[in-house]
Ligand binder design. Sequence first.
Ligand code: BGC
Length: 730
Amino acid sequence: MTWRVCEEGFDSSRITSNGNKFMTGNGYMGYRGTMEEYTKNELVACNLPGVYDRVGNKWREPVNAPNGLFTSLAVEGKSIGVLQEKPVCHRQMLDIREGLHWRNTVWDTAYGRVTVEAERFASLSAYHMLCLKYTVRLEKSCEITIKTGIDGDVWDINGPHLEGFSCEQAGDVIRVQSITQELMVPIVVAEACKRSFIAEETIEKQDKGIFRIIKWCSEPDTAYTFYKYVSVYTGKDNVTDMVEAAGEAVLKTAEAGYIRASQDHAACWKTRWEDADVVIEGDEQDQLALRYSIYQLEIIAPFHAQDQSIPARGLSGQTYKGAIFWDTELFMLPFFLHTHPDAAKSLIRYRIKSLNGARRKAACYGYRGAFYAWESQENGDDACSDYNVTDVFTGRPVRTYFKDKQVHISAAIAYAIWEFYRYTGDMSILSEGGAEVILECARFYHSYAYFKEDKDRYEILDVIGPDEYHERVNNNAYTNRMVHHTLEAALQVLQLLKEGNPEVYAELLEKLDYSGEIANIARMKEKLYVIQPDEKTLVIEQFDGYHRLEDCSLAEVKNRLLDPREYWGGGHGVASDTRIIKQADVVLMLYLFRDTYHSEVLKANWTYYEPRTEHGSSLSPCIYALLSCETGNAEWAYPFFKKSASIDLTGESKQFAGTIYIGGTHPAANGGAWMSAILGFAGLCVRDGRVSVTPNLPQKWSRLAFKVNVRGEKYSIELTHDRQNIVKLG
Ligand code: BGC
């Protein structure tokens, strides 16, 4: 069973993690893996990425739409649901091949056996649609009451975001209209419900919801099935009349029927898998975990939009403010670039679209150029607060510097644009705004850096590198090297445009008033301090003075915690004065620039930093996997691959930063799992449109097969321990 994720039995302590694990979605919306009878208390969410709202001075976060799939059951007036009555049998399943969520629950009640079976999906062929098939069967003849409709009383972390509710019935359609309270973005959810059995149906209106109350007397052992068609529209969609569009969508889908809707949806999934599937032979668990990681990436991919990106917790809710981090550029983009270049383009365009936000941020701190938001929302303004964690002991907000000092974010964006261009060979991304972004990032770094006369070099001081536990450090090896790359990319982009598109080049220089800047960038590139490996140990010091910190073990640092939710970094964190780091930092830099280092340097740093890494971020293990593959050590890489690939299956991840809930799905780890398998174990390398592999498969794997899209051509690649086959598909 390498296409199904299943869980048997009902365990209320797993409601939250299963909400993540059994997610469905289509990029336009994400629907959590909850039961139909759940409400906001069980964190039901139909999450709408890109529609953000702020209540008072609470954190801004994405909006959850009213839940059009809400359905509860009562038998002889008594509520039956997993929360009310312990089921004798309960199965929850995700079919990742066709993007279907399924549950089957059986209760032994005073009225005999009651069975509910429900299947649903967020349509990949019609992005506004959710469809549900719900069947109830009773052993005895009883009165059944189904309450089904649209529940607008939604789960919010920093809400309530929706107001101005209007709940109406119009013919066969019921709908809930509301608006977000900050920007007054209208949200419309419409529902049509079809059944072929006779029942009495009335409508119940509430302040924030509208429901059908469907009542009938069941025949013994007879299945009663109804279908719900739900559409979601927001004021951000390009439609003139949302109410009409929402109503038409549900009626049209209902008219065609559930089978048709699910066939269209399945056909889209088939196409997606044709491009993105990876076959692993030799270990079924690895196969499932990697497919599941790919599934998670597919359900959040912005295929429906031209310039939308992906939040760090996917579409699983409002944690991390639904914001876009560097996770997208460095950890998710490679998957999309190799499998769905159009979706990759949307991710890049989002950064182009939000360039002005980055300029505002730079200006706000007194710099020139583009300082991208650490936590970016729709306009590129930074949602990150100055106090991003709370102290578990006092409940007080702790001053963190992620927003002001994690300057490496701009370099990750420049890196991603450059990689997109290199991979696709598509110059248009540069003239469309990509060049402008890179140039503005380079300009930002020039204004951020210090030139040290005595050392005759530029230094980058007072930053946070990827390892967030050490704040406000000088010359972080990762940051400095990434900045160097940005400067290099800026100069190369200028050269490319000058030669290939002189008009755009001239326009850009004028628009950005950049002529004088070129010399600055070139000089800084020559004189920027890029931290070198120590001559004896080959270790690259993570930042100035890192080697003077206490060198104690990870276990020792853990031992010092007084509360398991304590934040390890910042002013008083248990890791702050030690060499224990949160996540891959130097090792990430070495992976990204692996071609420029001797493999002994890669090995020495992996060996030095790994025992000192907490892997407290889900971004970390995959990078250790990738770097060990680079040094030819697949067996070291393997456990890190496994950790990355299974994070959302096991639910084993940090749930709190201080007292702040940070749970949800982990798309960066999902992307990292794909990278570990394809760029790591398969050693895929695409240079100037040419495809090559340097396989180094884990012992257990007997075969690895996948496809890549290179400049519009598709290649099928198949590897075993002693064979490799790359075929260009016609
Ligand atoms: C990591 C960051 C990451 C963020 C969102 C943090 O825990 O340290 O590197 O961008 O989570 O995933």
